[in-house]
Each structure stands twice: as C-alpha cells, then as structure tokens.
Design a protein around this ligand. Sequence first.
Ligand SMILES: C[S@@+](CC[C@H](N)C(=O)[O-])C[C@H]1O[C@@H](n2cnc3c(N)ncnc32)[C@H](O)[C@@H]1O
Length: 222
Amino acid sequence: MWAASTPVRGEYKLRTFTHLAGEERSWTIYKEHGCRFKVDITKVFITPRLNNEHIRVARQVRPGEVVVNMFAGAGLFSIIIACKSKPRKVYSIDINEHAYKLMIENARLNRVEDIVEPIHGDAARVVEERLQQVADRVLMPLPDLALQYLPHALKALKPQGGVIHIYLHIHTPKGVNPLEEAWRKAKTRLPPGSRLLQARRVRPVGPRTLQVVLDVEVRHSG
Ligand SMILES: C[S@@+](CC[C@H](N)C(=O)[O-])C[C@H]1O[C@@H](n2cnc3c(N)ncnc32)[C@H](O)[C@@H]1O
C-alpha cells in the first residue's frame, strides 16, 4: 500500500509516494473501459479521474481517422481509442521514457500494437520532425503546455483541418465562467473560423481551479 505525499509536479507530472504496508511493488494492472494498463505510480502519471474523458473522446473518433496524442502518459487515451473506435493510426507521444516503455507494453497487452505507435520525445519536436499534416484529430491532455504547443498541434492537422481537444486549467474567481474564459484564452491562438464544438468541465484541480476541455474544429483556409 502506497500513499501520495505530494501533488503532481514536474515535467512528468508525478507524485512522490511513501510505502505504507505490504509488498513494496509500485506497478499494477489498472483496468478501464475493458482495456488493461500496466502502470507504475512512481514513474508515470495516472489518474482514474480522467476515465470519463477517455471514453468521451474515443466515442468521437470515426473509422479510419489518424490521431496524434501529444501527451500520452501510459497510453490510456490512445489505447482506449484504438480498442473502441476504428482509427487507422494513433501516434502516441511522451517525453517520459518510462511512459513510452509502458505504452509499448500496453499496446501489446491490448493487441493494438498495429494501430498505436508510441513515440518517445518532446511533442513539439516530434510533430515538427515527422508528424506534420497527418492528423484528423489531436489530443493535448497537458494543461501546462496546451496553449504554448497549440501551433504544433495545428501543424499536425491535415491540410483540410480537423479537431483538437485542448485541456486547460482555469482559475475561477467569483463571476468568471470557466468555459467562456477557456475559450477566450484559446481562440486568439486559433485560425479564423475555428469553431468550438463543445466546452466541458473535466474536474476540480485545486481551490477555485478547474480542468476544462475545449473540443475545437479547425478548418485551414489554404
Ligand atoms: C497529464 S499526463 C497525460 C495523461 C494521459 N493522457 C492519461 O490520460 O493518463 C501528461 C504527460 O505529458 C508528458 N509530457 C510533459 N511534457 C511533454 C512534452 N514536452 N512532450 C511530450 N510529452 C510531455 C508527461 O510525461 C506526462 O506523461
């Protein structure tokens, strides 16, 4: 048994854990939506609180789509999409080498290794070097970097455009509508004509702070 002794922090979004009792083993098999994931809570970000989001996004994916997941962790969005929808490819990027290795194992565990392609590296660099104009859909499940990396997400979309899922943390003092505030922040960085398909509250992440998601349709003009 382990207890988290810090909130998530750092580039890899990890908590520090203290071992309390029982076997000192930090990995486990976590099950979600009929898929199985090997995770190590000391080495890779994992939370059951994104469970609704994983399946909500997977249900939007149409057969044959190419998806780029810029911040994939142990591969939960990517593998649930591959298992539940019929994408052609899910490029699944993470900068944490442990996350990358777990993604390889998890793609095999769920028999989607032909669909999910784990890539180790910084998402901006990976897109610039090898994933420009390939995607129908881009996932950005890292609020700290989502706005900064939006230009790279736009480059990953096919020339005709596609959908981007942008996750943000929004501070919500009294009188502020978090969904309007999130859209206000994102839309100035999007091409003209981008359309908000849906804005949702995902979960509270701190005092007066919410994680929200914007599903945005981008149509490139040329
Ligand atoms: C919030 S977690 C992702 C959660 C995951 N999508 C899920 O559903 O479980 C964010 C991930 O982004 C990764 N990350 C941080 N900076 C990155 C970067 N520049 N490029 C790619 N991945 C990055 C972290 O290692 C971490 O695994």
